[in-house]
Design a protein around this ligand. Structure first.
Ligand SMILES: CC(=O)N[C@H]1[C@@H](OP(=O)(O)OP(=O)(O)OC[C@H]2O[C@@H](n3ccc(=O)[nH]c3=O)[C@H](O)[C@@H]2O)O[C@H](CO)[C@@H](O)[C@@H]1O[C@H](C)C(=O)N[C@@H](C)C(=O)N[C@H](CCC(=O)O)C(=O)O
Ligand SMILES: Nc1ncnc2c1ncn2[C@@H]1O[C@H](COP(=O)(O)OP(=O)(O)OP(=O)(O)O)[C@@H](O)[C@H]1O
Length: 488
């Protein structure tokens, strides 16, 4: 593409791509100098030009030494805004050609995005971008971030269009919103799940965390789009007030547009009546736990408000694909329950442990978890308090320790455990094995925090890990199944 197509009055020089990381610049790229939390992109202009950048977009005045020859320099007020605009033009405004669903909130983004995607696919091809994967057509990529950076995002959306996608369910994290990663996208639908404690290491306060989330409803949803909001969340009134688009509500406890009543939570199934415009529609789903009723309502509302019939949506809820590592029930014929879940916030932990408690009845709840290193420290003790309330025995282990000592993290979790027996087993495989070996008939084993992630973040980055769901299957096979019959 010509540079002049991206910037008024710029020369017609050919541009081969856009980049904001000097280490990744390729010959013919534009390099955008972004201010970051640890570095200032303006410091890497030299490296960007050495690697082949032909144009530098910057915001602060540069000294002659900072401006090696061989590149075109374009000064703008806001490099991020310029980068978003360029990415949009460079990739031919892909989001304008897709029905865009944006999902934000502390918990439930991946779950809702996947439900939307799976059911939308019954009508037309729908892509997905989020924590679990980037998926469309035959493409399946492992993402680095939940919400990718602005350039990568536009590139993937444009590829979705090329591959015939008509819609996209995109998880929009608070980091993504605060860092302007979705500024070049106008959403047709903006979904809010809930706001509970998380990410305060980055946002500082709950208020600033909420402000980041609210950008999706205030600025990024189209005026003629729709905001789908959880009426049972305390932030509902504020979000309703600031939403640019019309508001549709969903919930369980309060009268609203899409409400679930008569909710029946069973170990392997959930039933409820959907109340919509005064009519009751029976819903049966293989998703379990109360929070999934909310996730399902949000998805049903989003799909119905964008032209799908309830007659198509509701039967599809009955047998939704299991999302790996999200409330994944492992059943190899053992006589106790095993659940692998990605819960890693206090709310997520509480939801899971409550569910475990409910299905265990008088049997034991055995929980295996840790807390991530170099992330929010304050939640560690809270995890301990929640486990103390709902579980009967607790095995603390590592969970992405990064360069922290897992034992020290476990000691901080222990500060919240006052009454229940607990041990620390650093090796996560061993911790899972111990849980499986100690489980008796009817007990519930909860493996929380990692879900299906096939890696653990250690001191030097991602190290390969089998995944809790894989390991627990091995352990059940070895230690919990009676194979005598097999030998006969
Ligand atoms: C805390 C955080 O979000 N950091 C993000 C931020 O990094 P930063 O501000 O520290 O960037 P920086 O290192 O100071 O660099 C500033 C600029 O200089 C450039 N640079 C830097 C060094 C160099 O040699 N050359 C160069 O050009 C960088 O490319 C960048 O443009 O901007 C970077 C570029 O976009 C992101 O990659 C990085 O995400 C990091 C890797 C990250 O882990 N983010 C996580 C916390 C995150 O975003 N998570 C959310 C979801 C969380 C959840 O819900 O669980 C997500 O959406 O994934
Ligand atoms: N609506 C909800 N309310 C509370 N907790 C939930 C809800 N939905 C999911 N959870 C819990 O949060 C965990 C993560 O769910 P999910 O991956 O859907 O959330 P997320 O917002 O995408 O989080 P992340 O971006 O970190 O993956 C689940 O495994 C479950 O424990």
């Amino acid at each position: 593409m010509r540079l002049s197509k991206l910037f008024k009055n710029a020369p017609t020089t050919n541009v081969t791509g856009l980049c904001f990381d000097s280490r990744k610049v390729k010959q013919g790229n534009i390099y955008f100098c972004l201010p970051g939390m640890t570095h200032d992109g303006h410091e890497y202009i030299g490296q960007a030009i050495e690697r082949g950048a032909i144009c530098i977009v910057h915001s602060r005045e540069l000294t002659p030494e900072e401006m090696p020859t061989g590149a075109i320099y374009i000064r703008v007020n806001d490099v991020m805004a310029a980068m978003n605009q360029c990415a949009r033009i460079y990739y031919s405004s892909p989001s304008d050609k897709l029905l865009m669903y944006g999902i934000t909130g502390t918990n439930g983004k991946s779950s809702i995005a996947n439900i939307i995607r799976n059911i939308r696919n019954l009508k037309e091809p729908c892509g997905y971008i989020g924590t679990i994967a980037i998926e469309y057509g035959n493409v399946r990529l492992q993402p680095d971030l939940t919400t990718p950076d602005a350039i990568f995002l536009q590139e993937k959306l444009s590829d979705m269009v090329r591959c015939g996608m008509k819609a996209c369910a995109l998880e929009v994290s608070s980091h993504g919103l605060a860092q302007h990663r979705v500024d070049a996208i106008d959403f047709d639908v903006a979904v809010f799940t809930n706001l509970t404690y998380d990410h305060l290491d980055y946002h500082g306060t709950m208020e600033s965390y909420f402000n980041a989330k609210s950008i999706l409803f205030k600025d990024r949803v189209k005026a003629d789009g729709v905001s789908i909001l959880n009426i049972d969340d305390p932030k509902f009134p504020e979000l309703k007030k600031l939403s640019k688009a019309r508001v549709i509500s969903y919930g369980v406890n309060t009268e609203c547009d899409y409400r679930a009543i008569n909710v029946e939570i069973l170990p392997n199934q959930t039933n409820f009546d959907l109340i919509y415009e005064g009519m009751a529609y029976p819903v049966k789903t293989n998703l379990v736990a109360t929070y999934n009723v909310y996730n399902l309502l949000a998805a049903i509302a989003a799909l119905h408000e964008t032209g799908m019939d309830l007659e198509t949506i509701l039967p599809a809820c009955e047998n939704l694909p299991q999302i790996d590592g999200r409330l994944e029930q492992i059943n190899l014929g053992q006589d106790f329950h095993v659940i692998v879940d990605f819960a890693h916030t206090p709310d997520g932990m509480e939801q899971m442990m409550q569910f475990g408690r409910k299905i265990a009845g008088n049997h034991q709840v055995i929980a295996v978890f840790g807390s991530a290193g170099k992330r929010d420290v304050a939640k560690r003790k809270v995890f301990g308090q929640i486990a103390d309330q709902y579980c009967d025995s607790i095995i603390l282990t590592e969970d992405d320790p990064r360069d922290e000592d897992p034992k020290e993290i476990a000691d901080q979790i222990k500060e919240g455990i006052k009454t229940k027996p607990h041990i620390f087993i650093q090796d996560r495989y061993e911790a899972i094995r111990q849980a499986v070996e100690s489980a008796n008939k009817g007990d519930v084993v909860l493996l929380l925090g990692k879900g299906d992630e096939p890696y653990i973040y250690r001191e030097n980055g991602r190290a390969p890990y089998k995944g809790d769901n894989v390991i627990v299957k091995e352990c059940i096979e070895k230690y919990a199944l009676d194979h005598e019959d097999d030998e006969k």
